[in-house]
Design a protein around this ligand. Structure first.
Ligand code: NAP
Length: 283
């Protein structure tokens, strides 16, 4: 597919917007960024030599519109600017399925393509990996394939932002798993436990440096081990005392009560209760 002749409009210039716009530009694509009028990101884009326009202008005569604005505002921006500008042959790209799955955008015209390319790292990591020529994984899905070429577009887009390793998923699977992971391991739950463990050691007189090495850096090496050796294989790489301490004391921290709570958290996400709560905080 000749992707480089297509005009790509990136909406938003935050974590993902900046990284994807820069990676696309350096992959030879024709990129423009669309920003709200009062946005402080105009300056940032100018400094990066990325062309930035008000949203209403950036979406004119474009082929791809990428929603890299905060999830909670995507419905409003779609209604106000994107919907009236849609034409056959255009593709909408999402980096997270939230606004589609929870119907912030309830309906799309049938003549456009809609795809998901969700990089599984932060914008900063996506940019750094691209500069180091290291590939990043994305979850990918096609929601609507009016042209019959949506997968080709999705593949070309994912490659151009630095994500050749695409894992086929669905908008719903990506959204539910991502929200769950954020709430239980990546941003809450496990992260809270790491912080609390660190604070407990420091308050008991262990130096912050040693506590940091133990509770934060130590986690990093354990995660690498789990990733390469699996949970089961881990036992071979840790000492018998560490293994015994983990199974005999770990269950005091994570047990049936947490198992039940994990199920409750997942239920709130799947039913849309969490999405409703989040949107009520942003109305
Ligand atoms: N961050 C990640 O690690 C990550 C990873 C994968 C996928 N994603 C997805 O990528 C998308 C973007 O997330 P992000 O983390 O990059 O966001 P972000 O860093 O918070 O940046 C949000 C951008 O949205 C713009 N914006 C906010 N409200 C707006 C409005 N009402 N109208 C127009 N523009 C508005 C902001 O513009 P101003 O400059 O004017 O404030 C900013 O440029 C989301 O769908 C997110 O779920 C994020």
């Amino acid at each position: 597919m000749n992707f480089k002749h297509k005009r790509i409009t990136i909406l938003g210039y935050g974590s993902q917007g900046r990284a994807q716009a820069l990676n696309l530009k350096e992959s030879g694509c024709n990129v423009v960024v669309g920003l709200r009028l009062e946005s402080s990101s105009f300056k940032k884009a100018k400094k990066d030599h990325i062309s930035a326009l008000p949203i209403s202008e950036a979406i004119q005569d474009t082929h791809l519109i990428c929603f890299l604005i905060s999830d909670e505002f995507q419905g409003k921006v779609y209604d106000q600017y994107v919907k009236p500008a849609l034409k056959p042959g255009m593709t909408l790209v999402f980096a997270h399925g939230f606004s589609v799955v929870f119907k912030l955008i309830p309906k799309f015209p049938p003549f456009i393509d809609i795809v998901l390319i969700a990089p599984k790292v932060s914008g900063m990591q996506l940019r750094n990996s691209y500069l180091k020529k290291e590939d990043v994984t994305s979850l990918a899905s096609v929601y609507q394939n009016a042209s019959g070429k949506a997968w080709e577009v999705a593949k070309a887009y994912s490659k151009a932002i630095g994500c050749q390793n695409m894992i086929k998923s669905t908008f719903r699977e990506e959204t539910i798993s991502n929200l769950f992971g954020e709430q239980t391991v990546k941003c809450g739950g496990v992260l809270d436990l790491m912080k609390l463990s660190y604070e407990t050691l420091v308050k008991a007189g262990i130096s912050p440096k040693v506590a940091f090495i133990e509770c934060i850096q130590g986690m990093k090496s354990m995660i690498d081990l789990v990733e390469t050796q699996s949970f089961k294989g881990l036992q071979k790489f840790i000492s018998p005392i560490a293994y015994y301490g983990g199974i005999s004391r770990g269950r005091r921290l994570v047990n049936e009560a947490q198992k039940k709570e994990l199920k409750n958290i997942l239920k709130e996400i799947k039913s849309g209760q969490f999405a409703k709560e989040w949107m009520s905080k942003n109305s």
